[in-house]
Ligand binder design. Structure first.
Ligand SMILES: NC(=O)c1ccc[n+]([C@@H]2O[C@H](COP(=O)([O-])OP(=O)(O)OC[C@H]3O[C@@H](n4cnc5c(N)ncnc54)[C@H](O)[C@@H]3O)[C@@H](O)[C@H]2O)c1
Length: 391
C-alpha cells in the first residue's frame, strides 16, 4: 500500500491539530511531506521531522511528490487555494466553509473535472455517530412523518480570534454553521428549502455574527430550526425531533426516542358536539421506547477540538476514492447545497459577503460589520435595541 503524500496549507488548529495529527495515526495510507504557513515558525514541527517547509503556496504546489493538498488556511483563502491546487494537478481536501458562494464551488468542481483530480470537502461531521443514528431512526419511519427538527449548537462565551472577523470570512455562519446545516439538509430531503435567517453580534470582539438562527421549510419536508448561539448559558441538547408517531431527543453521546402505534388505537372521527362532562380530548398512549449510547468518544462541543472518529472515517473514504476509484461518500455537489443556503443567509439579511470569493478581492480588509441588533431575512418586526456597550 503506497501512502498518499500530503502537503498542508495553513498549519494551525486545523492543519496541525486535526489533519496532521489524524494522518500521523494513518501512516500506512497518508504521509505529510510539505507544509506552507505564512508564519515561518509554523512550517516545521518536531513530530514531523522530514517535513519540507515551503515559503509560499506556489512552492508547495511545485512539490512533485505532493499528491494531495489540504487547504486549512482561514476561510477567505479556501476557494483560491483549492483552485490553485487543482489546477496544479493535486487532489484537494478543503476545509469548510469550502468557498463562500455556489459560484466558488462550481469553479472548484469544474477544475476538478478538468484535471481529473479528487475534490473533497472536509465535512467530517456527516460521519458523526449521533447524526448517523438520527438519520437511521428518521428514515426507518418509526417516528412517522417528521414534522419539525431543531438542532442547537452553542454555549456561553466570548471569542476574539480571526473567526470573529469578517475580513477573514469569520463569523458563526461560516465557522460552526456548515456542520449543523449539513446534517439538517441531509434530513430535509431533496426539496429546495425556503430560507429564513437571523444574524446578530453579541459577545465576540470582531465584527462578524456570533449568533445565528436559520429556518428551512418546504411543503413536504420537516421544518428545520438551527440555533447557533454565543449566549446560551444553558446549552440545549443537540437534537429535538417531532414526528406524527413520536419524537427523539438527545445529544452527541446519547439519544432517546419513543413512538406510538396509531393502528392499535380506536379511530377518532371528528365530533363537533360539546364534549361529555365538559372534558378535553385525551387518550392513554402506549409508547414504545428506544435508546442509543455512543460507543466512542463523543464530541466535546463548541470550542473544543472535534472528535477524531469522524475525521478518520472521512480519511478512509478519501483514500479509497484516490487509490481505488471508490465513489465519494460526501460529494462536492452535496456540499454545494449547504454553501447555497449560507450564501442565501447573507443575501437575505443584506450583509455583504466577506471578501475572498473567487470573484472578490481576497486581500481586502474593509468590511461591513454585523449589527448587534437582530438582522432578519424578512420583515418580522422591529429590530431589538442595540446591546452595544452593555456587556
Ligand atoms: N472541520 C472542522 O471541524 C474545523 C475545525 C477547526 C477549523 N476548521 C477550519 O480550518 C480552517 C483554519 O482554521 P483554524 O482554526 O485552524 O485557524 P488557525 O488560525 O488556527 O490556523 C490557520 C493557519 O493558517 C495560516 N494562514 C494565515 N493566512 C494564510 C494564508 N494566506 N495562506 C496559508 N496559510 C495562512 C495561519 O498562520 C495559521 O497558522 C478554517 O477554515 C476553519 O473553518 C475546521
Amino acid at each position: 500500500m503506497t501512502p498518499i503524500r500530503v502537503g498542508i496549507i495553513g498549519f494551525g488548529r486545523s492543519g496541525f491539530g486535526i489533519h496532521a495529527n489524524a494522518i500521523a495515526s494513518l501512516r500506512d495510507r497518508f504521509t505529510v511531506t510539505a507544509v506552507y504557513d505564512p508564519l515561518p515558525e509554523r512550517r516545521s514541527h518536531e513530530d514531523f521531522p522530514d517535513l519540507k517547509a515551503c515559503d509560499s503556496v506556489e512552492e508547495l504546489l511545485r512539490q512533485e511528490d505532493v499528491e494531495l493538498v489540504i487547504v486549512a488556511s482561514p476561510n477567505k483563502f479556501h476557494a483560491r487555494h483549492a483552485l490553485a491546487a487543482l489546477r496544479g494537478g493535486k487532489h484537494v481536501l478543503c476545509e469548510k466553509p469550502f468557498g463562500f458562494t455556489t459560484a466558488d464551488v462550481d469553479a472548484l468542481i469544474a477544475a476538478s473535472k478538468a484535471s481529473g483530480k479528487v475534490l473533497q470537502a472536509f465535512q467530517q461531521r456527516r460521519y458523526e455517530s449521533d447524526f448517523q443514528k438520527v438519520k437511521e431512526i428518521c428514515e426507518s419511519g418509526v417516528l412517522g412523518r417528521i414534522t419539525f427538527i431543531r438542532t442547537s449548537w452553542g454555549g456561553f462565551g466570548r471569542r476574539w480570534d480571526w473567526q470573529t472577523a469578517r475580513s477573514f470570512g469569520g463569523g458563526q455562519l461560516y465557522n460552526n454553521g456548515p456542520h449543523p446545516l449539513d446534517h439538517m439538509l441531509e434530513l430535509f430531503g431533496d426539496a429546495e428549502p425556503e430560507v429564513w435567517c437571523d444574524l446578530r453580534r453579541s459577545l465576540c470582539s470582531g465584527d462578524a455574527e456570533d449568533e445565528v438562527q436559520i429556518l428551512l421549510k418546504a411543503p413536504n419536508s420537516p421544518t428545520i430550526q438551527i440555533d447557533l448561539l454565543a449566549t446560551a448559558a444553558f446549552p440545549q441538547e443537540r437534537w429535538y425531533i417531532c414526528g406524527t408517531r413520536g419524537g427523539l431527543t438527545g445529544g452527541t453521546d446519547k439519544l432517546r426516542w419513543k413512538f406510538v402505534d396509531w393502528s392499535t388505537m380506536p379511530a377518532r372521527e371528528l365530533d363537533t358536539n360539546p364534549t361529555e362532562g365538559r372534558s378535553y380530548n385525551g387518550e392513554k398512549l402506549t409508547w414504545t421506547e428506544g435508546e442509543w449510547t455512543s460507543a466512542g468518544a463523543a464530541d466535546a462541543g463548541a470550542g473544543a477540538t472535534p472528535a477524531s472518529m469522524p475525521t478518520f472515517s472521512l480519511y478512509q473514504s478519501l483514500w479509497a476514492t484516490i487509490r481505488e476509484g471508490a465513489p465519494q461518500v460526501i460529494t462536492p455537489e452535496s456540499v454545494r447545497r449547504r454553501v447555497a443556503v449560507l450564501q442565501k443567509c447573507y443575501e437575505l439579511t443584506g450583509i455583504p459577503f466577506p471578501e475572498g470569493t473567487l470573484t472578490g478581492d481576497a486581500d481586502a480588509t474593509t468590511t461591513v460589520p454585523v449589527p448587534t441588533s437582530a438582522i432578519r431575512s424578512a420583515a418580522t418586526g422591529a429590530p431589538e435595541p442595540s446591546l452595544a456597550g452593555q456587556i
